[in-house]
Design a protein around this ligand. Structure first.
Ligand SMILES: Cc1cc2nc3c(=O)[nH]c(=O)nc-3n(C[C@H](O)[C@H](O)[C@H](O)COP(=O)(O)OP(=O)(O)OC[C@H]3O[C@@H](n4cnc5c(N)ncnc54)[C@H](O)[C@@H]3O)c2cc1C
Length: 423
């Protein structure tokens, strides 16, 4: 009998629970440990922040679904992971022992690394639905007395797509409200160029996104480091190739959303041998901890080195499809291990992304996500917005049904030559 624990019930953790359940034998058991009872679809947060979605529409209550799937559900978060003892300690003092652990705890949002950054400071966030709701209230107030907007991603950030999405969505919504003419907009990013995305670009994302920003009158500052934020004012340093400060700017704003840097969550930060200094889980090509081989990592929580040196630190994003590929490899490998076999599955880490701009968007396929690539394609069009809405409904439907990859999804992806596992 084996007991598998999945820690974290976000995008990676929920589908990991579904896929691992299918790989277990009758006598094995599975526990999903979540902080709270609700799953929320993070990619829809930008829509919540402009009131295009209510939070209820992007949330799923998990206990009944997990019960139906015979997955033990624990809604008390983990205080600490103890891999040397094969147990996790919960916030209520209980411990859960495991034979195999999958860490899917996503990011800890490092707002505290920059003075004045984040919802407790002077900027908004869309990383969590709570933040997005708060941003929606601030945006409504802003629209009554519009002024300058600053949107972007700070030094060390690894998630850039949502910053571009949110800038364009704000532009679309402000035009709808006929107040766009009162709003100077600036995009501030640590990326070395527009469309780098932490991936050294995909296809011509540089050209596509620059042209989109020009069309929408959004100015930009690249190689930017945010020194501090005060209410209504962002202090930004432009960094030269040699790392020196080229220029300093004080950007006034009446509304701002900046994506923070990520790090590992407190339950794993500093666990010796499990994580890197930033708290991300060290894994091998089978998603497995080299030091603790019964521990796996999937999603934003895993350590991936940057694609190359940049004047300002820029991380690699962990995107949805890439995370799904990590999950499939992990489920297969755990299935093999409990049967006494050698784990062989390797995730492709392919990326298939839809960046929505409210009235269109940019889609890209990067195979693999980290260059050099076999497929390096990006395109824009009105269809991207519709595709993203359809995907939201489809993904939430899968979470509600307790499915990870229905046969028709696999068939479609196989037909398109987009695979989750290396052959
Ligand atoms: C605003 C935004 C938009 C995005 N949009 C896209 C997109 O359109 N397309 C795309 O491909 N990617 C997108 N991404 C990137 C990525 O797909 C998402 O961040 C995704 O949610 C990451 O999945 P995850 O499972 O790693 O982390 P999460 O979904 O964040 O899940 C982590 C879970 O672990 C829980 N947790 C943390 N600590 C503990 C603990 N101690 N005990 C128990 N539970 C814990 C958290 O509460 C959370 O529920 C977006 C990211 C952001 C921030």
């Amino acid at each position: 009998m084996a007991h598998v624990v999945v820690l974290g019930a976000g995008l990676g953790g929920v589908i990991a629970a579904y896929e691992i359940k299918e790989k277990l034998r009758g006598e094995d058991s599975l526990t999903l440990v979540s902080r709270g009872e609700t799953y929320h679809f993070v990619p829809s947060n930008p829509w919540v922040a402009v009131s295009w979605r209510k939070r209820k529409a992007i949330e799923v209550s998990l206990p009944a679904i997990m019960k139906k799937k015979h997955i033990e559900f624990v809604s008390v978060g983990a205080k600490r992971v103890h891999p040397a003892d094969n147990r996790i300690e919960l916030e209520d003092g209980r411990s859960i022992p495991y034979d195999y652990l999958v860490i899917a705890t996503g990011p800890d949002l490092a707002f505290d690394e920059i003075e004045g950054l984040g919802p407790a400071g002077a900027t908004q966030s869309i990383c969590h639905v709570d933040h997005a709701e708060k941003a929606a209230a601030a945006f409504e107030a802003f629209c009554k007395t519009p002024g300058p907007i600053v949107v972007g991603a700070v030094q060390g950030a690894s998630c850039f797509g949502p910053a571009y999405e949110f800038a364009m969505i704000l532009d679309t919504e402000l035009r709808k409200r006929k107040v766009r003419d009162k709003v100077p907009m600036t995009f501030v990013t640590s990326e070395p160029y527009i469309g780098h995305l932490g991936l050294d670009g995909v296809g011509d994302t540089k050209g596509l996104l620059e042209s989109e920003m020009r069309n929408r009158h959004i100015k930009w500052i690249t190689n930017a480091r945010v020194a501090k934020v005060e209410p209504g004012k962002m202090h930004v340093e432009e960094v030269a190739e040699d790392g020196s400060v080229k220029a300093k700017q004080e950007l006034p704003f009446a509304f701002s959303m900046m994506l923070p840097a990520f790090r590992g969550v407190p339950a794993i930060l500093g666990v010796d041998g499990l994580v890197n200094p930033r708290g991300f889980v060290l894994i091998d090509k089978h998603q497995r901890s080299p030091k603790f081989p019964n521990v796996f990592g999937v999603g934003v929580t895993v350590a991936i080195p940057p694609t190359g040196k940049t004047p300002v630190p820029v991380g690699v994003p962990k995107t949805g499809f890439m995370i799904e590929s990590m999950v499939t490899a992990t489920a297969q490998n755990i299935g093999a291990l409990i049967r006494g076999e050698t784990p062989t599955a390797e995730a492709t880490w392919n990326a298939v992304c839809l960046a929505d701009f409210g009235d269109g968007g940019v889609a890209f396929v990067a195979q693999p996500q980290i260059p050099p690539r076999n497929v390096n394609w990006a395109a824009k069009g009105g269809w991207v917005h519709l595709a993203k809405e359809a995907f939201e409904g489809y993904f939430l439907g899968k979470v509600r049904k307790g499915e990870s990859e229905p046969f028709y999804e696999k068939l479609l992806l196989d037909t398109l030559g987009i695979h989750k596992l290396k052959t």
